[in-house]
Design a protein. Sequence first.
Length: 188
Amino acid sequence: MVEKNNLINNKQYGETPQPVSHTAFCLEDYMPEAKAIIVEKLAEYRGDIFLAEALEKKMSDVIYMNATKEQETLWWLLFDKYIWSKLVDGKEKNIARLVRLQNTKKGGGGFGDAEIARAKEYPIDELIEFRNKNARCPFHNDSHASLYYYQKNNNAYCFGACGRSFDSIDIYQMLNGVDFISAVKALQ
Ligand SMILES: [Zn+2]
């Protein structure tokens, strides 16, 4: 159940919009093709590290057999600069990131595209009181009614400081100070 909000008494009044943090973010919900891309990238990064390690071993053997002490230092410098740093540096971090993304679970608590789409259909004029489709914008300290409601698309455009449009999820988040997931759940 969503209460109509009185914009003038809104406690968040005057704050600027903040980026949303998707606490229950699931990559698959947003980008189903990512699964295959991640597998491919992981194989590529792990392949690079494997190759670098194999080269290091080979290099080590060759240096041990052939190089003087001075040459050895030089060869390892070159190896680090032109081989190891290209093949390995940053890859372990990227691998850890990709593995984390792989481990996001689909549909945490029945949350997905369908719920997001339904939340976006929640009429904005039931969240904000418009007069002739105009209201004061909740995203900044709006002395005029800068927010215009487009009923057809169910979004609202701020012609004032924001200069952008908002959907029902954005507006619910702003009015209630909640994250994306909570807003979507409330707007079902
Ligand atoms: Zn605005």
